[in-house]
Write a protein that binds this ligand. Structure first.
Ligand code: HAM
Length: 423
């Protein structure tokens, strides 16, 4: 038997319904925030991610799905959404044509060759947003408010927002120098990857999964102590906007995030639900004021986040959030014989187009088994179509719960169902 690839999963049944509900909620929320829907390709030229996400990040060095296409081009399945959206922003010259700021949202599969475990997949879905063209802390605060409000709408409670700042380029250079100075005497005690990170990008040492509990990491310099005045002010403004929106957060000075493009604000939202496990970060993001330029666009500031759908779905499950999922059908139609199938089929289409969830017997069951099937489908009304009904256009309809039976003229059936089915 052929099995699914490691780190992937299938969606069906109850989970599928819950997922669709959450996806629709996201769509509605993005409409209210007035974000524009973007869809970019699942594979892009490998260069985009090397330069965008960063050559020294774990994502690029260890986790990308790279392949050569038949034209011998280096391609990569996108490991995240930001680089592709930035590419699209630049390639479609949105800096010239769009209303500023450009507020994009997206949803789709991402691919990382990671060690699969609970909450960590090789194919996973992200919902994310990117805002281009505003340096104002208002944009950072708005972006942080999106997942917070989504969780609020869903009724998720155990949510914690952690924020930090990496500052502007000048602050980052000061901080980089401080890190080099600090780690120099300890370099032999760090893992092989960190030795390389020390030379290429010392900030990435702080993101190391091997050495993360090493006290050397805990005592490392904090970004917050190397901020320029402008960076400090930006961070204070973000905090003050969050306060005014009533969003609770914690400043976590160890938060640096695993991607290279961040400047100023970085944030993560975690679920503190019992039993959730270590992969409890539901979403992460931040500001990236140099990325558009790094990818050959004009200097444009950006800020965004991405949320892992699988983790959100797990949080919903663990918190036992009751989603309004439809688990019953309105009508089940039983044609008594072959002769009534055509009439029944037309009725089915009519009911479906009028908004009723309708099923028909596809398996020529006898009446008893048809009623059993109607019960299995949690049917509200059973409609039996026999010779008499076809001739008279008077429909026999049975309330499947009370077992009460009604005779209704076909023309009045929709009105009857409208009155008797609470939507
Ligand atoms: P990220 O932190 O790499 O950021 O991923 C964002 C979220 O995607 C994570 O918090 C997690 O919920 C989910 N995620 C990541 N990897 C996996 C995995 N292997 N399995 C399941 N879920 C996963 C980004 O991707 C940035 N592009 C976010 C961003 C947008 N920053 C600015 N704009």
């Amino acid at each position: 038997m052929i099995q699914k690839a490691k780190g992937t999963y299938d969606v069906f049944g109850e989970y599928g319904k819950r997922l669709l509900y959450v996806e629709e909620l996201i769509e509605g929320l993005m409409e209210k925030y007035n974000y524009e829907y973007f869809r970019t390709p699942i594979f892009e030229s490998s260069n985009l991610f090397h330069r965008g996400v960063g050559e020294t990040t774990d994502i690029v060095t260890k986790e990308t799905y790279d392949f050569k296409d038949r034209g011998n081009r280096d391609m990569t399945l996108r490991p995240e959404g930001t680089a592709g959206i930035v590419r699209s922003y630049i390639e479609n010259k949105m800096y010239g044509s769009h209303t500023v700021p450009v507020k994009a949202w997206y949803y789709g599969p991402m691919f990382r060759y990671e060690r699969p475990q609970s909450g960590r997949f090789r194919e996973f879905y992200q919902f994310g947003v990117e805002v281009f063209g505003s340096e104002d802390a208002l944009a950072d605060a708005e972006v942080i408010s999106i997942p917070v409000n989504l969780f609020k709408l869903l009724g998720l409670k155990g949510i914690k927002v952690n924020i930090n700042t990496l500052g502007d380029s000048e602050s980052r250079t000061l901080y980089r120098d401080a890190l080099i100075e600090y780690f120099k005497p300890y370099i032999d005690e760090l893992c092989e990857d960190c030795k390389e990170r020390f030379l290429k990008n010392p900030l990435r040492i702080l993101d190391c999964k091997v050495d993360k509990d090493n006290p050397i990491m805990k005592n490392a310099p904090k970004t917050i102590d190397y901020l320029t005045e402008t960076s400090k002010k930006h961070f204070e403004e973000v905090r003050s906007y969050l306060d005014s929106m009533g969003i609770e957060y914690k400043v976590d000075t160890n938060l640096v995030r695993g991607l290279d493009y961040y400047t100023h604000t970085v944030f993560e939202v975690e679920a503190s639900v019992e039993g959730f496990g270590s992969q409890n970060v539901l979403c992460g993001g931040g500001r990236y004021d140099n990325l558009v330029e790094t990818l050959d666009g004009p200097k444009t500031s950006g800020v965004g986040f991405a949320l892992g759908m699988e983790r959100l779905m797990t949080a919903i499950e663990y918190e036992k959030v009751d989603l309004p999922i439809i688990n019953d059908i309105d009508c089940y139609i039983i044609p008594m014989s072959e002769k009534e199938k055509e009439y029944s089929l037309n009725l089915v289409m009519d009911l479906r187009l009028n908004g009723f969830i309708t099923e028909i017997d596809y398996n020529n069951r006898n009446l008893k088994n048809n009623f059993k099937q109607a019960d299995r489908l949690n049917t509200k009304f059973v409609i039996i179509i026999g010779e008499e009904e076809v001739k008279s256009n008077i429909i026999t309809i049975k309330d499947n719960k009370s077992k009460e039976e009604y005779k209704i003229e076909k023309e009045k059936l929709i009105d009857f169902l409208d009155e008797n089915i609470c939507k």
